[in-house]
Ligand binder design. Sequence first.
Ligand code: F6R
Length: 234
Amino acid sequence: MRHIKVNRYENFSQTAAELMMNQVEKKPKSTLGLATGSTPKGMYEELVKHSADLSQAVTFNLDEYVGIASDHPQSYRSFMEENLFQHVRVGQTYIPDGEAADLAAECERYEQLIKKHGGIDMQVLGLGHNGHIGFNEPGTPFSSRTHVVDLAETTRKANARFFNSLEEVPEKAITMGTETIMEAEQIILLVYGEDKQEAVNRLLQGEVDEQFPASILHEHPNVTLLSGGVKVLN
Ligand code: F6R
């Protein structure tokens, strides 16, 4: 795992955006895996600032809530539209459909779509306090593919800041599976802020354990951990 450490959030976001812009420059028809949440917001801002040309790229988001409409202000579709898609030229954008009548069929369709587009060239990930990647919560088998998850209570609480109350936070989501994520050619793991200190240090201890989903990334040949605003062990 390559590790890039930066201090300020601005540098962090610029570095992340550069990694993505380099990828698209090298391969305009890249398939990009995208994350939502607080951490990558600055990266999206930088991509917008630089009018990144993603017009030939195809994007696949990691996850989407189940049970809220795609135009709900807190859906991940809305997040992506507001933070990136409405502001740059981007080819096709895919996000799991959390409103699908048959959720299992939707998960399978998503897997097939990723395959049809030749797999993911560069996957951006954030890190949950409990080590989740996508919404693969602790205990999720490393062999999981795109599936429906019950969100951990800690994850719902962490995300409640975006909703009016904890009750409004959906209880389920669709997420790419750990194995789906591991098939990406390259992975960029974004970790910013003191509140991620414990999680990133646990990751850096190196033990691979399904109780800490991000630990599987040690077995991937091309991962860049970009960390900032956090004291790390090594
Ligand atoms: C978001 C996602 C999650 C987040 C993680 C960190 O699409 O899949 O795994 O990346 O919960 O979230 P933030 O960046 O808000 O701390």
